[in-house]
Design a protein around this ligand. Structure first.
Ligand code: M6R
Length: 606
């Protein structure tokens, strides 16, 4: 989704804006632009395409030389990607950048047109710029307060006023925004990764709070124009976390970071060999009280929820519903007071997941967020939060975030099962010990790199493929399929292996690739039979199998055998070859692996 940045200080503003925008590229975008005060004029440069194209344009048109400005990467919502629709947008005295969607922009636009105002773009953002200018009578903060009262929807705005050449203003509702504080300089950004090269200290404005940044001070005001005393946060991420460090892509770097990410997430949540979530506000007493669990999330995070369903129901014997958050929020879910609703999200800002959280709270349920981004909206609004400690995930295709989400699902399931008396203390200790050993097993799975690369080479020319599995393996095959399609652009579907005969097997023709996941001994025979049925119809079958599952050569064309691992935890190793297959297929196709077309890292609109 869109990214916004802003800078006030002594450095060359254009360069700071471009370098911070480059750090937000992972969010997904189709055009970019900046506006900089240059000797009291506001100079705007914008271009459709990547920041490299904006840089090229600036090299030919000249780069503004000022010290104060705002910048933007746009992921088109209102109006196609084009130079004109790119941000910044201006209206009279005001120039802005915007992340989010203004739902009532038509209404406001019509009102402004009736007053004689003219628009040049198709965007909702230009409407906000004109509205701010309409209210501006010399006091920027007053104009912002009035304008945001009229606006419905989500926004984080970076604003400059022609009459205030040394100041930037910012305000948010729903969309993320941080205000960075350096030595004699300050920043705004959609997330803290953008400014890590300049400073690690930042404020997190709440909705409707207005930040005013000048070289002399940074102040944050409430809607009554009252100055607020906000806590200063410090980003303790490793400096290199948001850099590729020699890897060809962030995605492969993040796949390789999975063992450490799991260690960092799990180890502090184990005390004396048993899961301990008390630091997150979750006690064994509390776990005993939940009669039903709902999990709502999107994309990969929802797939982590599906793994959660299998293991929580199996171990803790608590019924679990998993919903796509965008469905949950509109299907009038039967959520009751004794229910727990778990929202899983890497970014903590996904619009549908946030709405599902708010709906669950309004229905009286207890809410638990499993979130990676510290201080994000979902983390702040949930009753309890378990942070996954994966560090920043930059590639759009989620890998390490999924891994730590399922690690937390396991901790939760073990704790809930033990609390309910569904498993003995001894079994809980055994499972927890296996989870503590899993980082090594994930490292072994990463060594299957070459096998995955070979499997990928057999897929590059495919038009379509199937992923199949049963039980936990089905949950996993859904993630494998999503990973492949989002970055390789090859169509794929995941199917419960037993469901193929009910229609989908008619798609299978000579040479069609099928990836089967077989890690559950109890289901081995059944899935293998389904693989035989597929092979008999000409499918090219690749199988990812547990170490104790022997795949005969007449059942599969290519076998990737995993190392030894507790069967219950197999998704944490089996997902690795699936991630690697998706990665290498995309690389072989020459795709932009970290920034696949049309996708955004943080989906802050419905
Ligand atoms: O930030 P979130 O975890 O809430 O994001 C949810 C999905 O948008 C995300 O998992 C998406 O499906 C990824 N691109 C998958 O790789």
């Amino acid at each position: 989704m869109c990214g916004i940045v802003g800078y006030v200080g002594r450095k060359n503003c254009a360069e700071v804006l471009l370098s911070t925008l480059e750090k937000l590229e992972y969010r997904g975008y189709d055009s970019a632009g900046i506006a900089v005060f240059d000797k009291n004029n506001i100079e705007v440069r914008k271009a459709k395409g990547r920041i490299a194209e904006l840089r090229a344009k600036m090299a030919s048109e000249g780069s503004p030389e000022g010290r104060v400005g705002i910048g933007h990467t746009r992921w088109a919502t209102h109006g196609e990607p084009s130079d004109i629709n790119s941000h910044p947008h201006s209206g009279g005295n005001v120039t802005i950048v915007h992340n989010g969607i203004i739902e009532n922009y038509k209404e406001i636009k019509n009102m402004l047109i009736s007053l004689g105002r003219e628009f040049v773009s198709q965007t909702d953002t230009e409407v906000a710029a004109q509205l701010l200018d309409f209210y501006y009578k010399g006091n920027p903060v007053e104009a912002i307060i009035k304008a945001i009262r009229d606006i419905r929807g989500s926004f984080a705005l970076g604003i400059i006023f022609r009459d205030f050449p040394d100041t930037i203003f910012a305000v948010r509702k729903e969309s993320p925004l941080i205000v960075g504080i350096g030595e004699g300089e300050s920043f705004i950004a959609s997330d803290v990764t953008a400014i890590l090269n300049y400073t690690r200290d930042y404020y997190m404005p709440e909705p409707d709070e207005i930040a005013v940044l000048s070289p002399y001070s940074t102040k944050i005001y409430g809607l009554n124009y009252n100055q607020l005393d906000k806590p200063l946060h410090h980003a303790d991420w490793d400096e290199n976390a948001a850099e590729k460090q020699g890897y060809a892509h962030f995605m492969i770097k993040e796949i390789n970071e999975q063992p450490d990410a799991v260690k960092t997430t799990v180890v502090p949540r184990v005390t004396d060999g048993l899961p301990d979530l008390s630091e997150c506000g979750i006690t064994y007493d509390m776990l005993r009280g939940f009669k039903r669990i709902n999990i709502a999330a999107c994309g990969t995070a929802m797939h982590a929820g599906l793994v959660g369903k299998y293991i929580i129901e199996d171990l803790a014997e608590i019924p679990v519903n998993v919903d796509i958050a965008s469905e949950f929020r509109y299907r009038k879910p039967l959520v009751k007071k004794d229910d727990l609703v778990i929202i899983i999200s890497q970014s903590g800002e996904t619009a549908d997941s946030l709405a599902a959280l708010r709906l669950s709270k309004s229905l009286g349920a207890k809410t638990l967020a499993i979130v990676n981004a510290k201080g994000s909206s979902i983390a702040r609004e949930a009753d309890m939060t378990i942070y996954t400690l994966a560090g920043p995930e930059i590639a759009v295709a989620s890998t390490k975030a999924y891994m730590v989400q399922i690690a937390v699902m396991y901790l939760f399931a073990f704790a809930a099962a033990y609390a309910n008396g569904a498993i003995s203390e001894q079994r809980c200790r055994e499972l927890t010990a296996s989870l503590l050993e899993i980082p090594e097993k994930i490292s072994e799975a990463i060594k299957l790199n070459d096998k995955a690369q070979y499997a990928a080479s057999t897929l590059v020319n495919a038009d379509s493929l199937l992923y199949i599995g049963r039980g936990l393996d089905y949950a996993l095959s859904m993630e494998g399929s999503l990973k492949l399609k989002e970055i390789s652009y090859i169509h794929s579907e995941s199917y419960a292996a037993g469901e193929l005969k009910h229609g989908t097997i008619s798609l299978v023709t000579e040479g069609m690739p099928v990836i089967a996941v077989v890690t559950q001994k109890e289901l081995e025979e059944k899935t293998v039979s389904n693989m035989k049925e597929l092979k008999a119809r000409g499918a090219y079958v690749i199988v990812v199998a547990a170490s104790n599952i022997l795949i005969e050569s007449d059942v599969a064309d290519y076998v990737i055998n995993l190392g030894e691992c507790d069967e219950m935890l197999s998704p944490m190793t089996a997902v690795v070859p699936l991630q690697l297959i998706a990665y290498y297929t995309a690389v072989l196709k020459g795709n932009d692996v970290d920034r696949p077309r049309n996708l955004a890292k943080s989906v802050t609109v419905e």
